[in-house]
Design a binder for this molecule. Structure first.
Ligand code: 4AZ
Length: 221
């Protein structure tokens, strides 16, 4: 299970890694993927909130070793009608490798584990959509504390040195959001990490501001 964010009436942004087959002779079957839009409780699944993939665009330079370019665009089978419970996220205002700024607090949401499943193998996935606050961390010499990142211009870290909170398995693809100037922006995409909420090992996120051209070139209105 993974997350994503609606950025246009027919398009979802998510991570590439969970949709990427490492065997080019055996690509993933997109018809097997179910997309749910507009629910915060997994017991509320209906025909109406079920969508499927019309077209999948994985970033052509996604690197399965470093997770560089961990971004994908999904075109849905039909237009999503916006409502009180379904709204789009805006793309970042800036095309910049220093956006979001260090120390900005972002909101992460997702359906991933609330306890690291490697530490507690009985950890269940939550039934309700979860949220947490994660500050953007500084990067020195490709490190966020002890978490290495390959490409600081395209990736950033968010979280806490003491492991106060984090994203976790099954949060992949979910948005890190910033509320600014009366709108919500999609500034990060959950990409990877070593475990969850471990000391000095914050999560790593795709820096959406580095992909505005890539995204805009692929959306048809
Ligand atoms: C995952 O496997 C995953 N702690 C996502 C985020 C993090 C770790 C793992 C960050 O989807």
């Amino acid at each position: 299970m993974c997350g994503g964010a609606l950025i246009a009436p027919e398009y979802i942004i998510t991570a590439a890694h969970w949709l990427n087959s490492n065997d080019e002779n055996d690509p993933i079957d997109i018809s097997t993927i179910e997309i749910r839009i507009g629910i915060t409780n997994l017991n509320d699944v209906t025909h109406e909130n079920l969508y499927s993939i019309r077209k999948l665009s994985l970033h052509h330079d996604f690197n399965p070793n470093t997770f560089k370019n961990d971004i994908a665009l999904i075109r849905l089978d039909r237009t999503v009608i916006q409502s009180n419970t379904i709204q789009m996220l805006c793309l970042p205002r800036f095309t910049s490798y220093v956006y979001p700024s260090v120390n900005t607090t972002l909101i992460a949401i997702g359906w991933g584990h609330t306890i690291d499943p490697l530490i507690n193998p009985n950890s269940l996935l939550p039934t309700h959509l979860q949220q947490t606050l994660l500050p953007v961390l500084p990067i020195f010499n490709n490190l966020c504390f002890e978490q290495e990142i390959d490409s600081p211009d395209q990736q950033f870290c968010a979280g806490y040195a003491n492991g106060l909170s984090d994203t976790c398995q099954a949060d992949s693809g979910s948005p890190l959001m910033l509320f600014t100037e009366q709108h919500w922006e999609l500034v990060g995409i959950v990409s990877y990490g070593i475990g969850c909420a471990q000391i000095n090992l914050p999560g790593v996120y795709t820096r959406v501001s580095a992909y505005l051209d890539w995204i805009n070139d692929r959306i048809r209105y």
